[in-house]
Design a binder for this molecule. Sequence first.
Ligand code: SME
Length: 312
Amino acid sequence: MRSILQDLTPEFLKILNKDKIFWFDGWKEYKQTRPKIIREYEKLENLNENKVKERLNAIRRKDLDMFKQYWENNFLEIKKEMVMKLSRNAEYFQLKRGDFVVFIMGLLGLNSHYYIETYYGTVIVVDSFYHFLYKEDINKTIENSIINFIKNNPVNEKRALFGKVLSQIEKIIYDNNNINKVMEKIVKILYENIEYYNWVGFYLTDKNNKNMLKLGPYLGEPTEHINIPFGKGICGQAASTKNTFIVQDVTKESNYLSCSEKTKAEIVIPIIDKSGNVFGELDIDSHKLNPFTIEDTQFLEEIIDLFVKKFF
Ligand code: SME
């Protein structure tokens, strides 16, 4: 069974290592562990910096200390119970569908749970601190929120697939230090797993000419476009604007370099290093018209984010 239940409460509780006047710094550090989720949480709760500070200020150290103790003494048991219940009823909870996960997180005790959309599906975020404060049964919340989610959302096949592929890619990036090997492997996984990704490759900025892209590792039909100047074609435009470039129908794009008659759509994600220079880009062609949705963009940008974090 994929691990659909994760507990991030201990990360939150690190805040207790700091003096109360520095809890907001602790919150910022905590935010680093799951930036997108916590940013979304703040949005959903309408929390700006001052409101977070106010709320942290209102929480008593004593309550957090007691929460920590409670969590350390009871969570394993709570989790065991939940995992057992979920796996015994895997079908009922539709665990195979793969487009949702549950994160138990220490948050500010404002609401019991939230639904947050990500590239790998919906994250059901359950506030453990809320359940401690109001003595509510966290496992009941988890159960009900999953049921509520599956009742209201048809399976998102794309996200389910992207979630699985992304975890393979994450592992490759984590395990390999050779940038070329990693690029080759990313190309292979994307090409083999996503049926409408019919040409997948990297273009890399030429070391001797900062305004030229050179073809890197790729899979798909050979292309005559080995060198592409910045600004030319979809690839060149993505490089010069430093933005993801999506063309759902290449016949409608005048600045386009054709590689294959079969290509109908293309998406290019630039790879920007820490100093803001274009290291290169990930280019994908599809034989399908209008194939790319927000899920593709988020998924591919996430891959590039991980790649940049590792190598730059
Ligand atoms: N179509 C691209 C050229 C590269 S190939 O798709 C592999 C473009 O317009 O830049």
